[in-house]
Design a protein around this ligand. Structure first.
Ligand code: TGC
Ligand code: FAD
Length: 406
C-alpha cells in the first residue's frame, strides 16, 4: 500500500513527467521573435528529455555527466553568439539568454557548464585570440568535443582578482607558468583552460593551457552541497611550459577577464530566472493539488500571498532581462546594468526557492521536487561571477563615482 496521500502522489507524478511551462503574466512572449520561440521550444524539449529525468540522481551522487557536453554541442548551447564560421550559433543575445534560462530551469550546474564554455572560454578566444587560435579551438569547443574552463579566482584572491599571484616568465621560446587557481567550474574534465596570469611586469594576460602539458594538474573539489552535478576543481601550474602561440594577443589587463564576465553574468541573469520560474510553477501546481483542512492549500490567503509575490518578482525580472538583452544586441549594455540584473535575478530566485520550499511543506526538502536542489545551487550562483555585495558596490560606484572596494 502506498504511504503517500493521493494529493502528494499526484504532485509527484507531475514532476516526473516534467510538465513545466513558463509563466508569462505580462505577455512578454509577444516581444520575442518566432526564432526566439523556436529556440526556446527546442531547448526546453532537450532539457525535459536529457536533463530532467536524470538530474536528481546526478546531483545526489555528485556526478558530472561528462557526456552532456557533446549533447550541448549538438543543440548549439555552446557559444550561441559566436559567428557560425567558428562553429558558434551566430545568434543574438536574447537567444543566448533564452538558452541559459531553459538550461538553468533544469539545473544551475548544467547552465554553469554551458556559460563557462561559451562566455568564459570561447568568448575570450574569439575576442582576444589570434586567427590560428580561433580556428584551432573554437569549432571543437562549440561541438563539445573539447570542454573548457576559465581560471581567474585564486585561493587568496576571489573578489579581488587584480591581486592574483599566478605568473609567467618569458624564457625565449616559451612561457614558464607557476601558480594555482581555485573554484574552477569544469576543471577536472577540461581539455583546455583559459588562464589569467601576470607577466614579469605584473600585467595580466590570458594563456591557453592544454591538458597533458607537463606540470599542469586539475584536482577536483569534493564535498560541495551546491552545484553537485557540476565538476569544480583547482588548476595547479608547476613550471608549466606554455608555447608562445598560446597567449591571447588581443587584450591584456584585468579588463580582459572582466569583459568575459560581463557576458557570463548577463547569461546568469536569465538563467537564475529559469530556476525561479521552475520553483514557482512547481509551487503553483502543488498548491492546487495538496489538500489540508479539507481544501487545496492554494485556497489559503498566506499561500496566495507567497504565489502572488513570486509572480510579481518573476514578471519584473523577465522585463529586466528582456530589456538588457536588447541593449546587449545594440552593443549598449554597461557593466553596472549587467550587475543590477545578475544581482536582482539571483536574489529573487533564492527568495522564490525558499518560499516555494515552504509551500511544498516537508515534501519540499526531498529530491522528489527540484526546489531544494535549485535553492542550494543558487547559493553558488549568488557568489560566483561576482558576489551579491560586489555587484552592489559596482552599482554604488556607478551612482557616486566613488569605488568602495578597498
Ligand atoms: P578596476 O580598477 O575597476 O578595473 C580594472 C581595469 O579593468 C577595466 N574594467 C573593465 N574593462 C572591460 N569590461 C569591464 N566590465 C570592466 N570593468 C573594469 C577598468 O577600466 C580598468 O582598466 P585599466 O585600463 O584602468 O586598468 O578593477 P578592481 O581591481 O578595482 O576590481 C573591480 C571589481 C571588484 C568590480 C572586480 O574585480 C570584480 O568584478 N570582482 C569580482 C570577481 C569575479 O567576478 N570573479 C569571477 C570569477 S569567474 C567565475 O566566477 C565563474 S563561475 C562560472 C560558472 O560556473 O557559471
Ligand atoms: P571572497 O572574495 O573572499 O568574499 C567573501 C565575502 O567577503 C563575500 O561575502 C564578499 O562579498 C565579501 N567581500 C569581499 N570583498 C569585499 C568588499 N570589498 N566589500 C564588501 N564585501 C566584500 N572562479 C573562476 O575563476 N572560474 C570558475 O569557473 C569559477 N567557478 C566557481 C564555481 C563555484 C561552485 C564557486 C562557488 C565559485 C566559482 N568561482 C570561479 C569563484 C568565484 O568567482 C568566487 O568564489 C567569487 O568571486 C568570490 O570569491 P571568494 O569565494 O574568494 O570570496
Amino acid at each position: 500500500m502506498s504511504t503517500v496521500t493521493p494529493s502528494v502522489a499526484r504532485a509527484k507524478k507531475s514532476l516526473k513527467q516534467d510538465v513545466y511551462d513558463h509563466p508569462d503574466f505580462y505577455q512578454i512572449d509577444s516581444l520575442l521573435t518566432d526564432e526566439h520561440k523556436l529556440i526556446r521550444t527546442s531547448i526546453r524539449d532537450f532539457v525535459k528529455k536529457e536533463i530532467s529525468p536524470f538530474i536528481e540522481d546526478w546531483a545526489q551522487r555528485a556526478h558530472f555527466p561528462f557526456e552532456i557536453a557533446k549533447k550541448f554541442g549538438e543543440i548549439g548551447a555552446f557559444g550561441p553568439t559566436i559567428p557560425q564560421e567558428y562553429g558558434g550559433g551566430g545568434l543574438d543575445y536574447i537567444s543566448y539568454g533564452i538558452l541559459m534560462q531553459e538550461i538553468e530551469r533544469g539545473d544551475s550546474g548544467m547552465r554553469s557548464t554551458a556559460s563557462v564554455q561559451g562566455s568564459l572560454v570561447m568568448y575570450p578566444i574569439y575576442k582576444f585570440g589570434s586567427e590560428p587560435q580561433r580556428k584551432k579551438y573554437l569549432p571543437k569547443l562549440a561541438s563539445g568535443e573539447w570542454l573548457g574552463c576559465f581560471g581567474l579566482t585564486e585561493p587568496d584572491h576571489g573578489s579581488n582578482p587584480s591581486g592574483m599571484v599566478t605568473h609567467f616568465k618569458d624564457l625565449g621560446d616559451h612561457y614558464l607558468l607557476n601558480g594555482a587557481k581555485m573554484w574552477i567550474s569544469n576543471s577536472p574534465k577540461a581539455d583546455v583552460a583559459v588562464v589569467w596570469a601576470k607577466d614579469e611586469k605584473g600585467r595580466i594576460h590570458g594563456l591557453i593551457v592544454e591538458r597533458g602539458m607537463p606540470g599542469f594538474s586539475t584536482p577536483e573539489t569534493h564535498g560541495k552541497w551546491s552545484l553537485r552535478a557540476s565538476a569544480t576543481g583547482e588548476l595547479v601550474f608547476d613550471n608549466v611550459k606554455v608555447p608562445k602561440e598560446n597567449i591571447l594577443p588581443g587584450k591584456s589587463g584585468l579588463g580582459a577577464p572582466l569583459m568575459c564576465l560581463d557576458s557570463a553574468r548577463y547569461g546568469i541573469a536569465w538563467g537564475a530566472l529559469g530556476a525561479a520560474m521552475d520553483c514557482y510553477e512547481s509551487a503553483r501546481r502543488y498548491a492546487a493539488e495538496r489538500i489540508q483542512f479539507g481544501k487545496p492549500i492554494g485556497s489559503f490567503q498566506l499561500v496566495q500571498k507567497k504565489l502572488s509575490e513570486m509572480l510579481t518578482e518573476i514578471t519584473k525580472a523577465q522585463l529586466l532581462v528582456w530589456r538588457l538583452g536588447t541593449l546587449m544586441n545594440e552593443g549598449k549594455a554597461t557593466t553596472p546594468q549587467i550587475s543590477l540584473a545578475k544581482r536582482n535575478n539571483v536574489q529573487i530566485a533564492l527568495e522564490i526557492a525558499r518560499e516555494a520550499r515552504q509551500i511544498h511543506g516537508g515534501m519540499g526538502i526531498t529530491g522528489e521536487y527540484s526546489i531544494m536542489r535549485h535553492m542550494m545551487n543558487l547559493e553558488s550562483v549568488v557568489t560566483y561571477e561576482g558576489t551579491h555585495d560586489i555587484h552592489l558596490l559596482i552599482l554604488g560606484n556607478e551612482i557616486t563615482g566613488i569605488p568602495a572596494f578597498t
